[in-house]
Design a binder for this molecule. Structure first.
Ligand code: GDP
Ligand code: MG
Length: 167
């Protein structure tokens, strides 16, 4: 099995960290500063008879008036088309207008969607995202929701298994 997997989400949710951890190498640039990834980055992971081609998107941006933002939006939108699986990364501690914007695009995706609820290691603010998660599940009734920690690699084996099943 082989296919494309788009990693989408607003800036700073942990998309690049996730891709780096899945690939086991530093491919995408991660930073506290949003917009560190300007181009779609590809990473190929082959395991047994499964080959997943991951696409790390530069993020969908609310502010659409600057040329750079426009360019990044274009790339992120293109990454959603013609992919086999979409991983929608959200931050369990924070839901913003930009998440809402990405959600609205993800709702148009015909293929399988996995919602990766990232930063699960932040146990201190454990309950913060929980009411929102139920709402999110209603917005994406066909999506599988997986709590992960991209930083610590928590639950990434499960996420990869779910991806492989959908390729
Ligand atoms: P991107 O803009 O979506 O690509 O986000 P990055 O991967 O660049 O990550 C943004 C920031 O969030 C960085 O400072 C990361 O170290 C941090 N981060 C990413 N994943 C996690 C996680 O699982 N837990 C915690 N605590 N921080 C994370
Ligand atoms: Mg990034």
């Amino acid at each position: 099995r082989c296919g494309y997997v788009a990693i989408v989400g607003r800036p700073n949710v942990g998309k690049s960290t996730l891709l780096n951890h899945i690939l086991g190498q530093k491919l995408a640039i991660t930073s506290r500063k949003p917009q560190t990834t300007r181009h779609n980055m590809l990473g190929i992971k082959t395991e047994g008879n499964v080959q997943a081609i991951y696409v790390d998107t530069p993020g969908l941006h609310k502010q659409n008036d600057k040329a750079l933002n426009r360019y990044m939006n274009k790339n992120a939108a293109a990454a959603l088309k013609d992919v086999d699986v979409v991983i929608f990364v959200v931050d369990r501690t924070r839901w913003t207008e930009e998440d809402q914007m990405v959600l609205e695009r993800v709702q148009f995706v015909r293929g399988p969607v996995l919602v990766a609820v990232n930063k699960a290691d932040r146990l201190d603010d454990k309950t913060e995202m929980l009411p929102h998660l139920e709402w999110l599940a209603q917005q994406l009734p066909n999506a599988e929701i997986v709590p992960i920690s991209a930083l610590q690699g928590k639950n990434l084996d499960l996420l990869e298994k779910l991806v492989a099943e959908r390729l």
